[in-house]
Ligand binder design. Sequence first.
Ligand code: SF4
Length: 437
Amino acid sequence: MRTQIELAREGIITEQMQAVATNEQIDPEIIRDRMARGQIVIPNNPFRKGQKVVGIGKGLRTKVNASIGTSSDICDIEMEVRKALAAEEEGADTLMELSAAGDLDAVRRAVLAATNRPVGNVPLYQAFKETTRRTRNPAMLDPEYLFDLIEQQLTDGLSFMAIHCGINQYTLRRLRKQGFRYGGLASKGGTFMVAWMDVNKKENPLYEQFDRVCNLMKKYDAVLSLGNGIRAGAIHDSHDRAQMAEMIINCELAEIGREMGCQTMVEGPGHVPLDEIAGNIMLEKRMSGHAPYYVLGPIPSDIGVGYDHVAAAIGAAASARHGADLICYITPAEHLALPNEANVREGVRVTRLAVHIGDLSKYPDRRDRDKQAAMARRDMRWDDLQDLLLFPEAAKAIRGSRRPEQSETCTMCGDFCAMKKGMEVFSQDIAGDKCSP
Ligand code: SF4
């Protein structure tokens, strides 16, 4: 079987590329060309039928990922399925199934069966969890078991995987030499791999046998997402030498993967101060040859806990604006607890709004919906406005809970309504859709 990237290089526009072109209203030939260059990926494991086709990368709408999954404290498969469905209903483009407790095969399969979104995971979770269950020692992880497990998970229909290939002994030396970190390590899979390398005094098998990783992903045309195992979990660690070492390696690996015909994207942080977000994205794009970039927020402050979804939305708007292609949501439970269904809904909503704001600046020619909404508001056409909003039900509920005396206004200003007064003065002067440059 040839992968989407191999087919694109042969000049073939596949059904999936055509679907992305239609969804995004872009010429299919442009999609094919960018796929061939590794600048767009389509996570669409052909062994799982009926999943939504989602394009990620250059020139496309910035996408939102929602991560769900059990923990050792809260392990309820039915709840994880409900969370997956809630994320889908709220408009998440992709899902990551990141369970770390219970029957890991069962929860993955239940989520895959319930949703039509492309689903990804982090195979190191199950690898270390199962090894610990069998031997009580995660450092006993057998690399052969890890590779077998990756394939077994792919056969279930996963369309992308975050795999921590970019951590190597060089990266670890950077961590030691710089005196570790203010905020420690934030990636679960990355940290357990670091510990494995430290105890066993061996190189990361996912780095050492990178071609094997690529060949497995190619077999299922799954997207290899090069995990950010050394990502900063505090703004004071952002762009330290260890994180940069991993980023350089991941960008190198993205190029190798792409040459091998494996769809590849790079993962980024984490915690990044607002002024460093543009630089972070520029470096990834520059060093990887514009591989799609998947970032986790980023969160631009460490003290907004409880409202980290808002902090991350600010980071997400900036990262989308500067070129990030896929953004993982952050929920209000971040750093505090396993997200529940309500947290998942809120996380997806604020991240969708954030990437929309970012896209308005990334693609200034795609602002028509906002313009139409502004005109509907000016004209007090409340029903038309409703149809243009990202969250019409939320808007309707708030307006409906406090009805104004005059139906064209709202209770914010009542008879002091600026929109109404403005129309009384200027309604004769409105120049249709072209009132100003
Ligand atoms: S009452 Fe105030 S907030 Fe409401 S529509 Fe009029 S100007 Fe806008």
